[in-house]
Design a binder for this molecule. Structure first.
Ligand SMILES: Nc1ncnc2c1ncn2[C@@H]1O[C@H](COP(=O)(O)OP(=O)(O)O)[C@@H](O)[C@H]1O
Ligand SMILES: [Mg+2]
Length: 273
């Protein structure tokens, strides 16, 4: 099992939407998928719980961090450990912080044989949930929006003295691999184009990229109302039967493929050969 954390200390950049659609997509191409929602806002839990393909465990992600996950759901191919309100109380329990991170690590290794992919969605504020996820996972991906403020926030994401990806990798999780920054909700405006140029100049080597022939060098996801609609309706994007959803799918699929490919989980091409 390979695990990926969607991380950015900003809210509203598309972490939950991309986590949800990545999980659905991976399931649709035959991978066994585990999703852990560490955000009490439950923006990944909500759309997934209502979906017929998903089995939700009886324990929440707060239970999991507290060491109260039970043996359950391993036989299913698409499993959600949902968030709940108790997640917000964990930060105050400083004495237990090490235990929370250990419990998440232990849980992931206990499920390693049952799933191919684990998608972890996080809350925007850097705290013990966010740190536990980055301490435990194999990969991290940072969706961003193309505005000045978000671009400035990237330096913090990478180099925060306590929660920066570089610090966590160096001190606590050497296997953590940063897949890159993924511009999301991209619009073809001069303002966004300028910010994309700025982003590539400043962080080009940190952008999610695809070295396969025929793929655009830097991945990005356009702003498409169908993506927000699919999230609101609790659906996998292709299930929205309208032309705008089909177009959005055709744009999103190569990006999700790139993510899985970069994680060594790309079964799609093999299946088509
Ligand atoms: N590419 C996109 N195009 C249009 N809407 C999007 C896109 N990505 C995310 N959204 C919507 O934007 C809002 C914020 O996204 P969300 O995934 O909840 O952000 P975060 O988890 O980072 O706080 C949601 O309503 C979501 O459905
Ligand atoms: Mg979210």
């Amino acid at each position: 099992m390979k695990s990926i954390v969607l991380a950015n200390q900003k809210g509203g950049v598309g972490k939950s939407a991309l986590a949800t659609q990545l999980a659905h997509y991976a399931h649709s191409i035959g991978l066994r998928v585990l999703v852990i929602d560490l955000d009490h806002q439950r923006n990944t839990s909500r759309p997934l719980t209502s979906h017929s393909t998903v089995t939700t465990t009886s324990f929440s992600s707060a239970d999991l961090l507290n060491g109260n996950a039970i043996a359950q759901g391993q036989e299913h191919r698409f499993v959600l450990v949902a968030g709940d309100d108790r997640l917000t109380g964990l930060e105050k329990q400083a004495d237990n912080h090490n235990r929370f991170a250990t419990n998440l690590r232990t849980f992931l290794s206990s499920r390693a044989g049952n799933f191919d992919l684990c998608v972890i969605d996080t809350n925007p504020n850097p705290d013990i949930r966010y740190a536990s996820a980055l301490i435990s996972a194999d990969y991290a991906l940072a969706p961003v929006q193309l505005n000045q403020e978000a671009i400035e926030g990237i330096a913090g994401l990478l180099a925060h003295p306590r929660y920066g990806l570089s610090k966590i990798k160096a001190a606590l999780n050497p296997k953590l691999h940063f897949l890159g920054i993924l511009p999301n909700m991209v619009e073809p405006t001069p303002f966004q184009r300028r910010n994309m140029t700025l982003l590539t100049e400043k962080f080009g080597n940190r952008l999610l990229s695809d070295d396969r022939a025929g793929s655009p060098k830097y991945a990005f996801v356009p702003k498409r109302s169908a993506i927000a609609e699919a999230q609101a309706a609790g659906m996998f994007l292709p299930e929205l039967k309208k032309t705008s959803a089909r177009d959005a799918c055709n744009e999103l699929r190569p990006v999700l493929d790139t993510i899985l490919y970069r994680m060594g989980l790309h079964l799609h091409e093999e299946a088509n050969q």
